[in-house]
Design a protein around this ligand. Sequence first.
Ligand code: HEM
Length: 412
Amino acid sequence: MNSPTGNGQESSSDSSRPGAIAQFFITLLVRRIIPFVFGILRRIAPVFRFPFTNTVIVTSFDLVQEVFQRHNDFPVPYQRQVDHLGWEPTFLLAMKDTPDYWQTVDQVKALWRTEDLDFVRQIAQEVSETKLREGGGQLDAIQDLMVPVTEAVIGRYYGVPIAEDVRPQFFNSCMHVAGFLFGAQTDAPKVVARAQKAIALVWQVIDKAIAEARKNPLPDSTVIGRCHAMNVTDDKHLRSYLMGMIMGYLPTNTLANGHALDVILSNPNANAIGCEAAKKGDRDLVLKVVHEALRISYILPGLWRELPDAQKLGIGSDKEYEIDKGRLVYISAMSAMLDKRRVDQPKKFDPERSPDVYMIYGYQFHYCIGAAIADVMMKEIFTALMRRGPKPLGKMKYNGNFPWNYHIAYKD
Ligand code: HEM
């Protein structure tokens, strides 16, 4: 069986995976305990100060949307983590609503263009079909299908090839840096040092790709080639944008694809609708199935915001909450998308829901800039897979918080 290590290992990170017992408790915490506790909080205390900490957890649909909406009152806190990594100029998700932010959005959109989506679709379709053919009726859907599609898009579309000898470390490092940036917001020296080491490897791969492209120009179908040919920006900014579009892309895609497949294969109704849609070639319905699966089992418990000043939340509603200056706010889209005050029968799988109930890609300011790329990839991967009537050969396995192995059988 293939694997991104190219050496037949079970995964690209076997050496750094948590032990079986630690993994059991991580999965229990992230998949069972947190959703359960947040479900209770959503009903009785949707704004809840976590005891003995500086963190306030927000869990109801309306209040999560209110925090997203009031992005100037509740800005992102990620610049501190970015500073620890020496990542300069910074990237979109760490920025506040400034002219610099909007200039960066314009440049990123000039490099990752809407017109490129067909190329991404082509890559995702080709790699998915090839990997499923090579699997001959059985494969690890994460390591041998989803990861190779992600890698092919970074290599062939971005113009950043990932050499075989650094591939396992590259994938590990991306997951590690994403965890440092968007996880517990810690600045413990050991944690910072490990994150710095991890990001150094990702910089090496990006810098090498840019330097090679200066010597041997890449076609302008690639992001690097286009940037150089059209002088969109200098290499200092290009490398930062590439880092942002890899960090926003690789870890989230692994999470999203794994979670979606797990829900679809464990729910006979979802599986039947997905397979039927894929057989008819109805890619739009396949995507709705994937989005609905992600609503039911979202990729992360929450996202961070901070409070430079004291704020009220729930303004204009029956109940207002006061939150002190300096608090960190953890907003749970995972919990919000299961709030029955706004989502009818939230546990029921219904891919034809109104788009208004979904916050998979965030909401308003900071809305995911890669959403269309992720959608195109998921359409192609899941259409190719569901057309073949996949069946799980066991449970999905995790590496920490990341879905990592999922062995399936399918019609060859
Ligand atoms: C299914 C896969 C994906 C999911 C679930 C996802 C989710 C999200 C979410 C929830 C946010 C908002 C975060 C916040 O408000 O704190 C976000 C922002 C972002 N995402 Fe994604 N994302 C995905 C794929 C991608 C891809 C493929 C890329 C790049 C090609 C990407 C790049 C980004 C960037 C750069 C931002 C920051 C945008 C800004 O600050 O304006 N994401 N994503």
